[in-house]
Design a protein around this ligand. Structure first.
Ligand SMILES: Nc1ncnc2c1ncn2[C@@H]1O[C@H](COP(=O)(O)OP(=O)(O)OP(=O)(O)O)[C@@H](O)[C@H]1O
Ligand SMILES: [Mg+2]
Length: 358
């Protein structure tokens, strides 16, 4: 399962977000470095399409997609050289597939820390970039030594040098414009900045909608297709604890259309290139996760390896079309189910039934 790491300065609100996303109860405290060991939990990726499909078929069970979330110890300026909790948590960041920068914008004199999201972001990026620079220089040394006996390493060394130059300028790999061939080489280097990033600006409770101008600044800093969201994570964590009725009332009173948590989970899922197909019926409606660009056999294998092994064909209808027709059996009777073969590229939102024989 894909894992998202929450990265931020001490007291930025990472554990608050972690608890809200995963329904956990990890320590949230006003003192910095409350989190010393990273913890990993699972967050539901809410999906209204699944809700509607389940309603249509009166499914007894609903299974949402999930992503893993890791709460990581706070960074400080100098972390890459061992300050604060130092290098320990850098290893924890290495293990995640994508990073959520938690940027503090809320002000509270009782809680130490800087409330300027852009300067938060600069500090965080610099630490990750310096850590990458150190590790890539180590790799380069080793590869150069190995290359004396093995000329086939020349191309790899050139790619590493390009990445080193980018990092030395203070630019993280994710906004470096390095070519795909270089990125492919870097894949083996387990860098911290060679990952997808998202940013969450953690606002004051009185201002849950945030500041669009600030959001735009953070987005332009992070680069063209970056995702930046604003939320008061304290408020969100309180909302997450309410029952659905109370939550609905509260959201309405605060004029919040969708909880930020839902938007964060969904944006992270998409940023990690995850997509969803569904299976649905009276027993169960199920959201299955696949990597964007997968074909029907690969998706069949997500459900069960037997379905991939014995794949014959897939019956497919887009979720919206299924809702319009009224049910799977009506869609079948009306000839609205498409028959697709192994190579069919499954679309986000497709409803599938796999025909197979083992
Ligand atoms: N939007 C907010 N408004 C006001 N207070 C907040 C907000 N978000 C978090 N806090 C408070 O800030 C403090 C620090 O939060 P939290 O423990 O989640 O930070 P953290 O990033 O996990 O810190 P650490 O790096 O020390 O583990 C807590 O007291 C929390 O209640
Ligand atoms: Mg914490």
């Amino acid at each position: 399962m894909e894992r998202l790491g929450l990265v931020g300065l001490a007291n930025a609100g990472k554990s608050t977000l972690y608890n809200a996303l995963t329904g956990s109860n990890t320590l949230v405290a006003t003192h910095p470095f409350a989190t010393t060991e990273s913890v990993v939990g699972e967050a539901i990726v809410p999906d209204e399409r699944l809700d509607q499909l389940a309603e249509l078929h009166e499914s007894k069970k609903l299974v949402y997609a999930h992503i893993q979330v890791a709460d990581i110890a706070g960074l400080v300026s100098g972390s890459s050289t061992g300050a604060g909790l130092g290098n320990r948590f850098l290893g924890q960041i290495r293990e995640v597939d994508g990073i959520v920068y938690v940027l503090r914008a809320f002000a509270d004199e009782q809680i130490v820390g800087d409330s300027d999201p852009l300067s938060n972001l600069e500090t965080l990026e610099l630490e990750l970039t310096l850590a990458d620079l150190g590790s890539i220089e180590g790799t380069l040394d080793r590869r150069r030594r190995a290359a004396r006996a093995d000329k086939s390493l020349t191309a790899e060394i050139e790619a590493l040098e390009l990445a080193r130059d980018v990092l030395a300028e203070g630019t993280p790999i994710y906004r470096s414009h390095l070519g795909a061939d270089v990125l492919a080489v870097l894949h083996n280097s387990f860098l911290l900045t060679n990952k997808r990033v998202l940013a969450v600006i953690n606002t004051d409770e009185v201002n849950p909608h945030g500041d669009p101008g600030l959001e735009a600044k953070v987005a332009s800093y992070l680069g063209a297709d970056s995702v930046v969201l604003s939320a008061s994570l304290k408020l969100e964590s309180e909302l997450a604890r309410l029952n659905p009725d109370e939550r609905g009332e509260m959201l309405e009173a605060l004029d919040i259309e969708r909880p930020a948590l839902d938007r964060i989970a969904e944006a992270a899922y998409r940023a990690l290139d995850r997509r969803t197909f569904f299976t649905t019926g009276d027993k169960e409606s199920h959201a299955w996760t696949f990597r964007a660009g997968s074909n029907a056999v690969v998706c069949a294998g997500v459900i069960h390896s037997d379905l991939a092994r014995g794949f014959i064909r897939a019956e497919v209808i887009f979720w919206k079309d299924l809702l319009e027709v009224g049910s799977w059996s009506k869609a079948k009777a009306a000839g609205k189910l498409r028959l697709e073969g192994k190579d069919y590229l499954v679309a986000d939102g497709d409803v599938l039934e796999i025909r197979f024989n083992v």
